[in-house]
Design a protein around this ligand. Structure first.
Ligand code: MUC
Ligand code: MG
Length: 383
C-alpha cells in the first residue's frame, strides 16, 4: 500500500449537532447539545479516512468552536493538503503546522483522518501505527453535571447498578466555593467506597478561592481537582500542586506538546495531565504530550472533548498503546449524546470501554444519523 501514493483528493467537513441526554452544567456554560466536526478525506486510490474535531460550549471552553474548526480546515488546511500523498503523515503534519498556527482541534480532525486512512490502506488498527495496543479495554469515568446534588446522586446510583461507571467527575466552579464543597461532600458520601469522586473547575477559581476549595475538597474525600485556575496561571497551579495532598490535573493549560513542556518545567505545575487528542492537535502530538508527562514524572488521564463515537474511538486507539494510565479515562462522549452516529456503538460494560478492533479507527458512521444531525441538513436534502 505504501509503494503507491494515496493523493488527497477531497476533504469534507460536516458540522453535527446532537442533543445531550440532559443539561450538562459547567462553570462557564450549560450544554443542551454537543457539536462536532466530522472530517472525511478521500484519497486517489479510492480509500477514505475519517476524523473528528470537537470542542465544548461554543467558544466558552476554549479558543476554537466547530465553526472555526470547519473554517480553518476548509479555507486553509484543505487547499494546502490537496494533491499531497496521504501516506506521508509526518510531512503533512509539518505542512499543516506551517499553514495553520494554533487551531489544534482543526489540525487534529484532519490528522486523525490521515491516520485512519493510512491504517485502513494497510489493513491494521490505528493502534498498530503507534506501536501496538497493550490494552483491550480501558476504565471510563462519568461526569455528573445536572446542576443538582440529588439528581447527580441518583444518576451515580444508576451507573453503579449498571456497572457502567464507578469513577465520577463533578463539574463545579459555578456556585460559591462553600456550596460546591457541600455538593461534592454529599456525592462523595453517597458513593462511599464503591467508587471515586473527582472535580473539574474549568478555570473558574482565583488562587484564593482555590486554596479554600482544595482544602475543602480533600476533606470531603475528593481525590483530584482538574484545572482549578486559569490556563495561564502556572505559578498558582504549582502552589496548589505543592500545597495540598489532593491531585491537581492540568486540562485547558495543555494545548499541545509546547504547553506540556511549559507546565512540566514550571515545577511541574500539575500532578496529572488530562491528555486530549483534539486539544493536543492530533494523535501524534497527544502521544508527544504523553511522552513529556512520563519523562517528567507526571501521571496520566485520558481526557475528552466530548467527541462522538468516532473521535472517542480514535482516542481509544492511541490510549490502548499507553502502558500506564494512572487515572484511567473519561471516554464517555457518545453516552452523553441522545444518539451516537456510529453504525455499531462502542461497547461499555464492567466500568470499561472496549478498544474497537478492525482496520483504521475501527468504527463506521451511520449515514442516516449523520444526514439527520448535520447542521446543513435542509440545504443538503434539497440540493
Ligand atoms: C473538560 O473540561 O474536561 C470533559 C468531560 C466533561 O464532562 O466535560 C469535558 C470537558
Ligand atoms: Mg476539564
Amino acid at each position: 500500500a505504501l509503494s503507491h501514493p494515496a493523493r488527497i483528493e477531497m476533504i469534507e467537513t460536516i458540522i453535527i449537532d446532537v442533543p445531550t441526554i440532559r443539561g450538562h452544567v459547567l462553570s462557564m456554560t450549560t450544554m443542551q447539545s454537543q457539536s462536532v466536526v466530522l472530517v472525511r478525506i478521500r484519497f486517489s486510490d479510492g480509500s477514505e479516512g475519517l476524523g473528528e474535531g470537537a470542542s465544548i460550549g461554543g467558544l466558552s471552553y476554549g479558543p476554537e468552536s466547530v465553526e472555526s474548526i470547519k473554517l480553518a480546515i476548509d479555507s486553509y488546511i484543505t487547499p494546502a493538503l490537496t494533491g499531497e500523498d496521504g501516506n506521508r503523515i509526518t510531512a503533512l503534519r509539518a505542512l499543516m503546522d506551517k499553514t495553520v498556527r494554533g487551531n489544534p482541534i482543526a489540525r487534529a480532525g484532519v490528522e486523525t483522518a490521515l491516520w485512519d486512512g493510512l491504517a485502513r490502506r494497510l489493513g491494521v488498527p490505528v493502534s498498530a501505527l503507534f506501536g501496538g495496543a497493550i490494552h483491550e479495554r480501558l476504565p471510563v469515568a462519568w461526569t455528573l453535571a445536572s446542576g443538582n446534588s440529588a439528581t447527580d446522586i441518583a444518576e451515580a446510583e444508576r451507573m453503579l447498578d449498571k456497572r457502567r461507571h464507578r469513577d465520577f467527575k463533578l463539574k463545579i466552579g459555578k456556585r460559591a466555593v462553600r456550596d460546591d464543597i457541600a455538593h461534592v461532600a454529599a456525592i462523595a458520601r453517597a458513593v462511599g467506597e464503591r467508587g471515586t469522586v473527582r472535580v473539574d473547575v474549568n478555570q473558574a477559581w482565583s488562587l484564593q478561592d482555590a486554596r479554600w476549595g482544595l482544602k475543602g475538597l480533600q476533606d470531603a474525600g475528593c481525590i483530584l481537582v482538574e484545572q482549578p485556575v486559569g490556563r495561564d496561571e502556572l505559578s498558582a497551579l504549582r502552589k496548589l500542586t505543592d500545597g495540598y495532598e489532593i491531585a491537581v490535573m492540568a486540562d485547558e493549560a495543555l494545548q499541545g506538546p509546547g504547553d506540556a513542556m511549559r507546565v512540566a518545567m514550571a515545577g511541574p505545575a500539575a500532578d496529572v495531565y488530562a491528555v486530549k487528542v483534539c486539544q493536543s492537535g492530533g494523535l501524534a502530538p497527544a502521544r508527544d504530550v504523553i511522552s513529556i508527562a512520563s519523562a517528567a514524572g507526571i501521571e496520566l488521564y485520558g481526557g475528552t472533548m466530548l467527541e462522538s463515537g468516532l473521535g472517542t474511538a480514535a482516542a481509544l486507539q492511541l490510549f490502548a498503546t499507553v502502558p500506564v494510565l494512572h487515572w484511567g479515562t473519561e471516554f464517555f462522549g457518545p453516552l452523553l449524546m441522545m444518539e451516537d452516529i456510529l453504525a455499531e456503538p462502542l461497547e461499555y460494560q464492567d466500568f470499561t470501554v472496549a478498544i474497537p478492533q478492525g482496520p483504521g479507527i475501527g468504527v463506521a458512521l451511520d449515514a442516516d444519523k449523520v444526514a439527520f444531525y448535520r447542521r446543513d441538513r435542509t440545504r443538503h436534502q434539497t440540493a
